[in-house]
Write a protein that binds this ligand. Structure first.
Ligand SMILES: c1ccc2[nH]c(C3CCN(c4ncnc5[nH]ncc45)CC3)nc2c1
Length: 328
């Protein structure tokens, strides 16, 4: 726990730098940067290090300063199902996030093996996501981008929400009223997909519904052959739920996937309680879950602490060298 003031002044931290870490493996790569498995030289601890190129951030979004201040908020977040941001620092050309390493890899990598999760296992992971989102909302943070690649498993097999899409930078349109959304849209709420800039926490409850649908059936509810048709389906298509889902699953999905945010389950001041009390979660002991006293359905196999076998080899096979010239 971060020492409280009564423990006396916190010792000043020497400014951290990339040289404090050994790069072990690449575990993620995107338009704006990379994520590495790293070892902290001083403590031998393993972390996920997200490296973002300032040049690509500044070009596409709000300035680096406001992005950096967002990190300060994230450093204060401490929750069992949200990956911890331990440190954040920058050099002339890059931003660095030192994150808790979720060694289990993406939850959906394990889903791919089983293709569909049982309703009981789905309820376990969905309930952990409910607690993580409830915590973010209590801090005034809307996650906005709940989707499979942001849901990782920790070493014990609990779901953890990873860093907060600081690398996903929605393109600001010229009129400042709408956003052109980038990346996966299948999990986004209709009000986000049609580019509205004023939306509330209920966008996260829609995305939770899409993720639950994906866990139970093997795919999101609104998919089409191209982006435009997918957007149209999200905005207009009737929700068709497979016959094999239980009544409780169908009822929960029907209420989370309501296009009107004010009619969506989870809306309103204590809306999250309406989700927690839904019959789909009737077997969940929320207190034990929050205390990580419930046994996860899958315990990720790890042959050794530094193994990256739960990560896609398209990343882990990449050379770990950082581009030598800082400016690239
Ligand atoms: C930009 C460029 C490349 C990216 N790869 C990611 C993924 C990589 C895998 N992630 C994590 N894996 C393990 N522990 C983790 N702790 N925190 C994250 C994490 C999740 C994020 N996000 C990116 C953004």
């Amino acid at each position: 726990r971060t020492p409280s003031p009564s423990n006396g002044p916190r010792k000043p931290r020497r400014k951290m730098s990339p040289d404090d870490f050994d790069l072990l493996k690449v575990i993620g790569r995107g338009a704006y940067g990379k994520v590495y498995l790293v070892r902290h030289r001083a403590t031998q601890a393993l972390y996920a290090m997200k490296v973002l190129k300032k040049a690509s951030i500044v070009v596409h979004s709000k300035d680096t300063e406001s992005t950096m201040s967002e990190r300060k908020i994230l450093e204060a977040i401490r929750h069992p199902f949200i990956v911890k941001l331990h440190f954040a620092f920058q050099t002339d050309h890059r931003l660095y996030l030192i994150l808790e390493y979720a060694s289990g890899g993406e939850l959906f990598t394990h889903l791919a093996t089983e293709r569909m999760f049982s309703e009981e296992n789905t309820a376990f992971y969905a309930a952990q996501l409910v607690l993580a989102l409830e915590h973010l909302h209590s801090l005034g943070i809307i996650y906005r981008d709940l989707k499979p690649e942001n849901i990782m498993l920790d070493a014990e097999g609990n779901a953890v929400l990873t860093d907060f899409g600081l690398s996903k930078v929605p393109l600001e349109s010229s009129d400042g009223r709408t956003n052109t959304v980038c990346g996966t849209i299948e999990y986004m709420a209709p009000e986000v997909v049609c580019g509205k800039v004023h939306y509330d926490r209920t966008v996260d409850w829609w995305s939770l519904g899409v993720v639950i649908h994906d866990m139970l059936t093997g795919s999101p509810p609104f998919v089409a052959s191209n982006r435009k048709k997918t957007m149209d389906a999200i905005l207009n298509k009737k929700l068709n739920l497979p016959y094999y889902l239980s009544q409780d699953a169908k009822d929960l999905l029907g209420k989370l996937l309501r296009r009107a945010p004010s009619a969506r389950l989870g809306t309103g001041p204590n809306g999250v309680d309406n989700i927690k009390n839904h019959r789909f979660f009737r077997k969940i002991d929320w207190k034990k879950l929050a205390a990580r006293q419930l046994e996860p359905p899958i315990v990720p196999f790890l042959s050794e602490p530094e193994s990256v076998e739960n990560f896609d080899s398209k990343f882990t096979m990449l050379p770990v060298v950082e581009s030598p010239i800082e400016t690239r």
